[in-house]
Design a protein around this ligand. Structure first.
Ligand code: SAH
Ligand code: MG
Length: 211
């Protein structure tokens, strides 16, 4: 899979100069933007589903928000708690004049419900602190339309989640995260209100459809 990520020849992602500048910033400053394979899958889903409005949890520098918006002009609400990331994202979104379509909320996502609770979303992209995925899911999915999609990134956490044999070799904090994600997998897969599958794409992504 590493080779596929490296030359990208199976994906049809196009990056303009602006995208490349964000990608370079992410590399230089270790910002964990979505991997190409995960992005390609997310973009295909957006083109199929045509969401009018998308909620993103975890903006970072605005890379995925900008990519998601560009496809069909979906309105984006995106939440970021880190001041430096928030400022960087705001600068990036303003530089392409998209502040009317991409709204950033500078808050911890666990405290931001009232900022969006009057809205409905067709897609929710969860891509923030992994230990809190379940809380994000429970808090925000009441705003998801029927047939709406929850897409979560980093669900396999560099392969650590499924490798339970190896949990003992991990540091306490990493082991805690792996266990939390594994619990989240089980909850999602057993949730009868959604149809979920988890894919070994990028860093692992889940797709849950509200039934
Ligand atoms: N979606 C982005 C990458 C997000 S990286 C992209 O693919 O381009 C994860 C981001 O989530 C980080 O910037 C981090 O500061 C933010 N984050 C983590 N936990 C959060 C929380 N509880 N509330 C808001 N933002 C959070
Ligand atoms: Mg991610």
């Amino acid at each position: 899979m590493a080779a596929m990520d490296a030359d990208n020849n199976l994906l049809n992602l196009e990056f303009n100069e602006f995208d490349n500048s964000l990608r370079e910033y992410a590399t230089n400053f270790n910002v964990p933007i979505i991997k190409d394979e995960g992005l390609a899958l997310l973009e295909q889903i957006i083109l199929i589903k045509k969401p009018k409005r998308i909620l993103e949890i975890g903006t970072a520098i605005g890379y995925s928000a900008i990519r998601m918006n560009r496809l069909i002009g979906s309105e984006i609400y995106t939440i970021e708690r880190n001041e430096k990331m928030y400022n960087e994202a705001l600068k990036n979104i303003k530089s392409i004049n998209k502040e009317d379509e991409i709204h950033i909320i500078y808050k911890d996502a666990l405290d931001a419900f009232s900022d969006v609770s009057f809205l409905e979303f067709d897609l929710i992209f969860i891509d923030a602190a992994k230990a809190q995925y379940m809380k994000f899911f429970n808090l925000y999915t009441p705003l998801l339309t029927k047939g709406g999609i929850v897409f979560c990134d980093n669900m396999l956490f560099h392969g650590l989640v499924m490798d339970e044999e190896n949990y003992k070799n991990l540091s306490r904090s990493v082991r805690g995260l792996a266990r939390k994600l594994k619990d989240f997998h089980n909850d999602l897969l057993n949730n009868k209100e959604y149809k979920t599958s988890i894919f070994d794409v990028g860093d692992g992504v889940s797709i849950s459809i509200k039934l």
